[in-house]
Write a protein that binds this ligand. Structure first.
Ligand code: NAD
Ligand code: LMR
Length: 328
C-alpha cells in the first residue's frame, strides 16, 4: 500500500532557489522514492502568477510522487498541516553586502511565518530556514512558535559544509565521499569556521595533511566567502547549489547520518562547546529517527576556539539586533 502524501511548504516558490528546488522535491530526491508529496507554495501576492507558472511546469513533469500543489499568499493556509517547511522566501544580498545587512529587510518575514507554523503545522514539523541571514531568521521564526519544540527549527549551513568538502577533496586529490566528519561552526556568514582539525580523510585529521598556511589563508576564506564569489561571477546569488544543500539537509534529517560520520546543520544551542543557549549555530550533528543530535566531546584547539568564538559573537550581535528591532 502506498504511503499518504507528506505536505511540504516552500516559501519564495517563484524565486530562483524555488525553481531549482521544487522539481527535485517532487521527483522524490528529498524524502525518498516511496514518499508522495503535496507541495504548498507560499509567495507574496505579486509573485503568485510566476508561482502558478512553476506549478504548471511541475504538472508537466508528471511526477508519480506529486499528489497535489497548492499556491497561496496566505501563510496560515500554506503551513496548515505541513510536515516540512522550507523557508526560502527572502531578499538575496547584492554585491558588496554582507548577509547580516539583510536583517532589517528580511527579519520581518519570519515572525508571521513562525506564528503560522505554531498555529497549524503538523506535529512532526521540521523547519529549515534558507533565507538570509539564515541562522538569525530561524531564531526569529522559532521565537514565534512556542508550542513547537525548539529542535524542529534549523538553519542552512549545509551549503557551507558541502563547499568545504569539495575544496578539501580537490586539495587532497580524493573523492568528496572520502572526506568525513566535516563541521562548519557558527554563523552562515564570512565569520563561519570550517574545522579541518576534526575533519578526516583516510582515518586521519585533514589538518595534518595540509599546510596550516593553506588552511588559514586559502580554505577558510574560500569557503566563507564563496557566496560573494558566486554573486560576483553569476551576477546572482547561488541557487542550484543552495537548493541542493536544502535537499541534502532534509534528506539527512529524515533518513539519518551514516555510521561514524556527521554533518553540519544550524541548530539550537544547548550550551555545547560554549555556544550560548538558544542561538542557532552551525554544529557537528548526527541525525537519528528524525532528530538532530549535537556531537559531543570533540577536541577544540586554541585556533578553533578563537574562530568559533568570533562567529558566535556575531550571532550574539544579530540576536541583539533583532531584539532591538522588536522581532523577538
Ligand atoms: P529570489 O529573489 O530569486 O527569490 C526570493 C523569492 O521570495 C521571491 O520570489 C519573492 O517574491 C519571495 N518572497 C519574498 N518575501 C516573501 C514572503 N514574505 N513570503 C513568501 N515569499 C516571499 O531569491 P533566491 O535567490 O531564491 O534566495 C532566497 C534567499 O535565500 C535569499 O535570502 C538568499 O540570500 C538566501 N540564500 C541562502 C543560502 C544559505 O546557504 N543559507 C544560500 C543561497 C541563498
Ligand atoms: C550563499 O552562501 O551562496 C548564499 O548565502 C547567498 C549569499 O548571499 O552569499
Amino acid at each position: 500500500m502506498s504511503k499518504p502524501p507528506v505536505k511540504v511548504t516552500v516559501t519564495g516558490a517563484a524565486g530562483q532557489i524555488g525553481y531549482a528546488l521544487l522539481f527535485r522535491i517532487a521527483s522524490g530526491q528529498m524524502l525518498g522514492p516511496d514518499t508522495p508529496v503535496t507541495l504548498s507554495l507560499l509567495e507574496i501576492t505579486p509573485a503568485l502568477k510566476a508561482a502558478e507558472g512553476t506549478a504548471m511546469e511541475l504538472d508537466d513533469c508528471a511526477f508519480p510522487l506529486l499528489s497535489g500543489i497548492e499556491i497561496t499568499d496566505n501563510a496560515t493556509a500554506a503551513f496548515d498541516g505541513t510536515s516540512i517547511a522550507l523557508l526560502v522566501g527572502a531578499r538575496p544580498r547584492g554585491p558588496g553586502m554582507e548577509r547580516g545587512d539583510l536583517l532589517a529587510a528580511n527579519g520581518g518575514i519570519f515572525k508571521p511565518q513562525g506564528q503560522a507554523i505554531n498555529a497549524g503545522a503538523a506535529d512532526d514539523i521540521k523547519v529549515l530556514v534558507v533565507g538570509n541571514p539564515a541562522n538569525t531568521n530561524s531564531l526569529i521564526a522559532r521565537s514565534h512558535a512556542p508550542d513547537v519544540p525548539a529542535d524542529r527549527f534549523s538553519a542552512m549551513m549545509r551549503l557551507d559544509h558541502n563547499r568545504a568538502l569539495s575544496q578539501v577533496a580537490k586539495k587532497l586529490g580524493v573523492s568528496v565521499a572520502d572526506v568525513t566528519n566535516m563541521t562548519v561552526w557558527g554563523n552562515h556568514s564570512a565569520t563561519q569556521y570550517p574545522d579541518l582539525f576534526n575533519a578526516r580523510v583516510g582515518g586521519r585529521s585533514v589538518a595534518e595533511q595540509v599546510e596550516q598556511e593553506w588552511l588559514e589563508s586559502t580554505l577558510i576564506p574560500t569557503v566563507a566567502k564563496r557566496g560573494a564569489a558566486i554573486i560576483d561571477a553569476r551576477g546572482a546569488s547561488s541557487a542550484a547549489s543552495a537548493a541542493n544543500a536544502a535537499i541534502d539537509h532534509i534528506h539527512t534529517w529524515v533518513h539519518g547520518t551514516p555510521e561514524g560520520d556527521w554533518t553540519t546543520a544550524g541548530v539550537v544551542s544547548d550550551g555545547s562547546y560554549g555556544v550560548p543557549e538558544g542561538l542557532m549555530s552551525g554544529f557537528p550533528v548526527t541525525a537519528e529517527n528524525g532528530q538532530w543530535k549535537i556531537v559531543q566531546g570533540l577536541d577544540i584547539n586554541e585556533f578553533s576556539r578563537g574562530r568559533i568564538d568570533k562567529s558566535v559573537a556575531e550571532l550574539v550581535d544579530e540576536r541583539d539586533a533583532i531584539t532591538g528591532l522588536g522581532l523577538i
